[in-house]
Design a protein around this ligand. Structure first.
Ligand code: GSH
Length: 211
């Protein structure tokens, strides 16, 4: 039986970068296949056969042994949780740990309070009257990011004592808004961000889709 390994189909977008960082942090073998969104490669027949929704990221898991066919997953957050399950104790605290519910809470905080509204705003900007709505949503995202100062002042990482899913979610979205953040009023978050962004797994993941 071949050892477990993964194909990651994606582009340089937040949803795909989070998956690449998770693979790096969990030290799972993965091969990147770039999907050029500008040239509509996500609408090509062979890609649609993998994900009929025509969106990235997509992972294909080979050699897991529990299924006849390779496993295909097409939702970035399901992929992140699956990677966490594959290597227990890396991206989430172990089930027995009292920190696990906090890690979940902080992970979903960044997904729903920051990444979700930010994506909605990105889409709205191309719609009629969308720019004003985008600004409102961006203000909410900035507010959610600033409120994360509390997490960074409580624990070394945003989801607890170890780097994990909450940090992966936060580092990509905070990176997007980095230049607009009022850093002098957020010293704990700044300390966390400088550590997180220079972490080798984050650096490798962030560059996974570079030329
Ligand atoms: N809920 C999906 C969203 C995937 C998604 O919207 N992917 C974007 C890039 S980040 C995409 O493929 N956009 C191309 C399109 O919608 O045409 C996930 O989290 O994986």
């Amino acid at each position: 039986m071949q050892p477990v390994h993964f194909d990651l189909f994606g582009a340089r977008t937040g949803n795909c970068l989070r998956v690449a960082i998770a693979f790096e942090e969990a030290q799972l073998p993965y091969k990147v296949s770039k999907v050029d969104l500008r040239h509509a490669e996500h609408h090509a027949q062979d890609f649609l056969a993998l994900n009929p929704a025509g969106k990235v990221p997509v992972i294909v898991e080979h050699g897991s042994g529990d299924e006849q066919k390779p496993r295909v997953l097409t939702q970035s957050n399901a992929i992140l949780l699956h990677i966490a399950d594959r290597v227990p104790g890396t991206l989430l605290p172990l089930e027995s740990s009292a920190q696990r519910p906090i890690a979940y809470e902080r992970f979903f905080y960044f997904l729903t309070e920051a990444i979700g509204p930010s994506h909605a705003g990105f889409w709205l900007r191309s719609q009629e009257y969308g720019l004003a709505a985008k600004r409102e949503l961006d203000a909410r995202v900035m507010h959610a990011i600033a409120a994360a100062e509390r997490f960074a002042s409580q624990t070394e990482f945003l989801g607890g004592d170890r780097f994990g899913l909450a940090d992966i979610a936060a580092v990509t979205i905070i990176g997007t808004y980095e230049r607009e953040i009022a850093w002098p009023s957020l010293p704990a978050l700044r300390r966390w961000y400088e550590t997180a962004i220079s972490r080798p797994s984050v650096q490798r993941g962030m560059h996974a889709f570079d030329a």
